[in-house]
Write a protein of this length. Structure first.
Length: 214
């Protein structure tokens, strides 16, 4: 049973990685971009559900919260593309609440781990937990203020790009962690984030300046 779930998990992760590359390499709005993006989201949903199944069989709170964090990135990126009016619905509120609670839990576990002797895992939890909580609070602020100005136009496209690429970082990180076991844990877990995040900010800034058509 565990082996079958793990195989599905790995295959879905590989498909997600391939579809992420396809979506990045195709023109925004065209049919192949949309198909690749939707397949990517579904693949990441399977990755998340199989993670939950594996955690249920062999409890691992670290993997559970990382799974929630990773899917939140993809979910909010997909919703940003879907909600062209920029007005949030109940799934967005529920997702933000789940990420806020998870982010606080991750940071709490990280602080407890540092107090108990440190290591790589507490640092990883603190970094990803703070990112997740910051995103959840940012989304909550936007939902609270959407009547004054919904997240639309360039801001919506920038959010879609930022969250989807952040989800892609999570997919790449999983592949690196599994295949580059000879590297220190902090390098494999945080390296992709450190390398790709500046690119995300650069690309997002180009969209907001109008250098990239939306």
């Amino acid at each position: 049973m565990t082996t079958a779930i793990l195989i599905v998990h790995i295959l879905a992760g590989a498909l997600a990685l391939g579809m992420a590359g396809t979506a990045i390499g195709t023109t925004k709005g065209e049919i192949w971009h949309r198909r690749a993006g939707n397949t990517y989201v579904l693949s990441m949903l399977v990755v998340t559900l199989t993670t939950f199944a594996l955690v249920a069989i062999r409890p691992n709170l670290f993997l559970l919260v990382i799974g929630i964090f990773s899917f939140y990135l993809v979910f909010t990126g997909w919703r940003a593309a879907l909600l062209r009016d920029g007005c949030p619905r109940w799934p967005d509120h529920l997702g933000g609440l789940a990420m806020a609670v998870t982010g606080l839990l991750m940071m709490g576990l990280g602080l407890r781990g540092l107090a108990g002797g440190g290591g790589a895992q507490p640092v990883i939890l603190l970094v990803f937990g703070s990112i997740g909580l910051t995103m959840a609070l940012s989304d909550w602020r936007d939902r609270r203020d959407w009547r004054a100005g919904p997240v639309a136009g360039k801001a919506r496209v920038a959010r879609h790009l930022t969250r989807m690429l952040a989800g892609t970082i999570a997919t790449i990180t999983a592949a690196v962690v599994v295949n580059f076991t000879f590297l220190p844990a902090l390098v494999t877990w945080l390296g992709p984030t450190a390398l790709i995040t500046p690119l995300i900010f650069w690309w997002s800034a180009r969209i907001m300046r109008g250098s990239v058509s939306v």
